[in-house]
Ligand binder design. Structure first.
Ligand SMILES: [Zn+2]
Length: 491
């Protein structure tokens, strides 16, 4: 029986499982994995701020606006301590009172990263969808309540009370905004603006909580997690998890530093595509250590943006067959793994690994430096299974996966399966997707395709700007195949 006939149903099951879990950020069945009790499925008030104000126009016609109430930050945590929903709620359950006198309006929105001064830009930084509000849209005594849905491409909403001239008092006013979980850990502004541009009356900063869940994506080169481990990485971030991206090699392909540095910048462009713009950025060498007989430490180049941490281990690129390049003394991860060389020096000369175990132990130390050492962490890697990763198509039969991908898979295998690592783990297919190996038919819908393409093209555009190299156009068919596919399994 051909392997495909036996394997197809298993793959289908895996794909469904993967799709199910990415939609909610957890694998199906994860509910049995536990978490850190006590957590329950319900809203908790994290913050309550009195954001009342009283404004009067200093000149004719002396219009007034007054708000008496509070704004609440609420989070709903599921029984796994996963943050399932965050809301910014004007008025809370008791409601607030808005009094308007004159032809003017009060606008309620959530803004990030900055509040606005000019009402003409209300939509630019608006986030959050209206989940609940009172009074309902329509006429009230002396006012009109308006729900302005999708005022920008992110689908942000605005709630407005428009005064009609005479004095109007709106009691039991509530406006509850569901804030995207991609903003977890950031500080948003709850803004009540009286307009058109009369008064930026109330701007209340609220810092959203951070989820304890981490998703670690380990791969070889700067474009790999976008091509082979997405859209899962994107969905993980959007579900509120923190993401650790580990690049084992510099992806230099024997080229000078300007090339792999440009690829690192391009990878960061994908991170910027993933993370809502606004957080401060950081970069530098971080020393990570593990304990063997003594403490062993290596500096690793690290960049942070929002809840995304990127670690560049910068081992020399091995090339497709793992033979290496003269510029890096033909040192490669494959040779280190196989014992053909005893040491491996990073392309930036920042450190030297004394054997394969030193390298894999450092990889584990990188994960432990950020992610909890339990089942709240998912480690995602290229699949170590050579059959699954070998392409069989006309003209490419068999085509093995890139040697650096397989060495990276082996490194993760050693610290997870072989060493009994404490994390959950998932394994992803690489080049067979690009070659459209018939075992892996297109399985992403239009949304998945657009996400994956957008993420990858952010990388492509940045690399093109810096180097003039167009990685996409050189093999458009290959990347398009990848954009339509994502295959992972849990093992
Ligand atoms: Zn690669």
């Amino acid at each position: 029986m051909p392997w495909i006939a036996r394997a197809a149903p298993a793959w289908l099951a895996i794909v469904l499982l993967t799709s199910a879990f990415v939609a909610v950020g957890r694998p199906a069945g994860a509910s049995s994995l536990g978490g850190t009790p006590p957590c329950y499925d319900g809203f908790q008030t994290l913050q309550q701020v009195d954001d009342s104000f009283s404004w009067q126009e200093p000149t004719l016609p002396f219009r007034t606006a007054r708000w008496s109430g509070s704004v609440f930050l609420l989070a709903r945590t599921d029984t796994n301590c996963q943050i399932a929903e965050v809301r910014v709620e004007y008025g809370g359950t008791v409601g607030g009172t808005l009094t308007l006198n004159g032809d003017l309006f009060a606008s309620f929105t959530v803004q990030y990263p900055e509040s606005f001064a000019d009402y003409g830009t209300v939509s630019a930084n608006a986030y959050g969808s209206l989940a609940d509000w009172n009074p309902p849209a329509g006429m009230g005594p002396g006012y009109v309540a308006e729900t302005n849905f999708k005022i920008n491409a992110r689908g942000a909403d605005e709630y407005v009370i428009q005064g009609l001239g005479a004095a109007a008092a709106v009691v039991d006013l509530r406006a509850s905004f569901r804030v995207p979980l991609a903003l977890l850990g950031q500080t948003v502004d709850a803004q009540i603006h009286v307009g058109t541009n009369l008064c930026a009356c109330s701007v209340t900063p609220l810092t959203l909580p951070v989820s304890p869940y981490w998703d670690v994506y380990v791969h070889a080169h700067e474009d790999d997690w976008q091509a082979w481990q997405s859209p899962n990485a994107v969905w993980d971030y959007q579900s509120g998890d923190s993401v650790l991206l580990v690049y084992t090699t510099a992806g230099d392909a024997g080229n000078p530093p300007s090339y792999w540095q440009a690829r690192e910048d391009a990878a960061e462009a994908s991170v910027h595509w993933l993370v809502p713009s606004g957080p401060s950025e950081g970069s530098g060498f971080v020393t990570v250590c593990y304990t063997a007989d003594v403490a062993v430490c290596h500096p690793v180049w690290t960049r942070t943006y929002g809840r995304a941490v990127s670690v560049y281990l910068r081992a020399p690129d091995g090339g497709a067959d793992g033979g290496g390049f003269p510029s890096t003394n033909y040192e490669t991860l494959e040779k280190l793994r196989d014992g053909a060389i005893g040491t491996l020096t990073t392309v930036d000369g920042s450190t030297t690994y004394q054997g394969w175990a030193d390298f894999t132990s450092t990889l584990a130390a990188v994960i432990n430096a950020y992610a909890p050492p339990d089942d709240r962490t998912w480690v995602n890697a290229p699949d170590f299974d050579r059959d699954r990763q070998t392409t069989h198509v006309p003209g490419c039969d068999p085509c093995p996966d890139h040697a650096d991908h397989l060495a990276t898979a082996d490194a993760v295998y050693d610290i997870t399966v072989a060493a009994g690592g404490p994390w959950n783990r998932a394994w992803f297919i690489d080049y067979p997707l690009g070659y459209a190996d018939p075992r892996y038919p297109a399985n992403l819908d239009a949304g998945g395709y657009a996400t994956k393409r957008g993420l990858f093209m952010a990388y492509r555009d940045a690399l093109y700007q810096e180097t003039g190299i167009d990685e996409y156009t050189a093999n458009a068919w290959f990347w398009e195949n990848a954009f339509n596919r994502c295959y992972g399994r849990v093992a």
